[in-house]
Design a protein around this ligand. Structure first.
Ligand code: ATP
Length: 335
């Protein structure tokens, strides 16, 4: 198995070593291909990602990704958008389940839902025009894009409550009534029950009644925003992983960004990255290893070995080292 390792910028460079130390504890036969990609590289070389980087990534089985800074510079093109498009990683899968022993901001403690975000089109189509007095971004919703993301949502729902919630703004946007109609057709064909929610009502209800939801399927920008709402519910951005998957490639990354406000301090919470490794293990079919990793995460949190975002005083690498140690003990018991 060949994995491209992209730490990226900011805290991406701090959480990646923490995640790799945990991956190494499994002793798997993995070839790691480190790649420098991101804003730092752009500042140094004028290019954030080269065609050669893309070819190397395409030869790998998957990518483990830290985080990349996207500056508000019209000359800078988003690296993640390029990766998602060129690798055709059309489904961004973001599970939200409260971790044991994490203090949550709301009194809602029991929920287990997944946001399935379309990842290659919508508001992130890349079709934009910037003029002196006006700017345009074209929102693209295709039948193919909507069908395949709805199919993904149905596959996930089949393993759970067999229900999907289709989130849109179809009362205002024609592109969203199209998205809604395609998704409902796919749900009916798959025998999956569904309901629809307007995105604004969804943001509100997610905070009040998160336990109601199972699989939420939505377009690119809405999925991006709702994920941050969900991350707050689940205890913070430092805890939430994601998988970007297509039919041939996959990329695993925390849902947080490069967090310039805390970068360089060694205090970033590595758990989102470590749980992204867990999603990668599941994608590889290593369910038992994924379970061991999940138990180890619960155990370090229970012991209070946590970073400042969770009220602790431990560093990124303290958490990773404690976790690797616990995991090695579990693995010794398993083998
Ligand atoms: P970017 O521009 O790269 O998206 P950002 O700061 O706008 O960065 P995030 O990186 O997602 O967006 O960070 C949002 C907030 O959450 C910041 O205050 C950040 O410090 C905090 N945060 C994000 N990830 C973590 C983490 N792993 N550990 C602790 N705090 C985090």
């Amino acid at each position: 198995m060949k994995i491209a390792i992209v730490p990226g910028d900011g805290i991406g460079r701090e959480v990646m070593p923490a995640a790799l130390a945990v991956l190494d504890a499994f002793g798997l036969d993995i070839e790691k291909i480190p790649l420098e990609i991101g804003y730092g590289k752009w500042k140094r070389t004028g290019s954030a990602i080269t065609d050669e980087d893309m070819s190397i990534i395409k030869e790998c089985d998957c990518v483990l990704f830290g985080a990349i800074t996207t500056p508000p510079d019209p000359n800078y093109k988003s690296v993640l958008m390029r990766l998602r498009k060129e690798l055709d990683l059309y489904a961004n899968i973001r599970p939200f389940v409260p971790l044991a022993n994490v203090k949550l901001p709301c009194n809602k403690k029991v929920f287990d839902f997944v946001i399935v975000r379309e990842n290659t089109e919508g508001m992130y189509s890349g079709i934009e025009e910037l003029h002196e007095d006006v700017a345009y971004t074209t929102r693209v919703i295709t039948r193919k894009g909507s069908q395949r993301i709805a199919e993904r949502a149905c596959i996930l729902a089949k393993g759970g409550k067999k229900h999907i919630t289709i989130v849109h703004k179809a009362n205002v946007l024609k592109s969203d009534s199209f998205f809604r109609d395609v998704c409902t057709g796919v749900a009916k064909r798959n025998g999956i029950s569904f309901n629809e929610m307007l995105v604004d009502a969804m943001a509100y209800d997610l905070i009040l009644r998160p336990e109601k939801y199972d699989v939420i399927v939505t377009t690119n920008l809405f999925g991006d925003i709702l994920s941050d709402v969900a991350a707050a519910l689940a205890g913070g951005l430092g805890l939430c992983p994601s998988a970007n998957v297509g039919d041939r490639h996959a990329l695993f990354e925390p849902i947080h960004g490069s967090a310039p406000d805390i970068a360089g301090k060694g205090i970033a919470n590595p758990i989102a990255s470590i749980l992204s490794v867990r999603m990668m293990l599941q994608w590889m079919g290593r369910e038992k290893d994924a379970q061991v990793l999940g138990r180890a995460v619960d155990s370090v949190i229970a012991k209070g070995i946590v970073t400042p975002d969770l009220g602790g005083s431990y560093s990124t690498m303290d958490v990773s080292e404690a976790l690797s140690k616990i995991m090695s003990e579990y693995l010794d018991q398993v083998h």
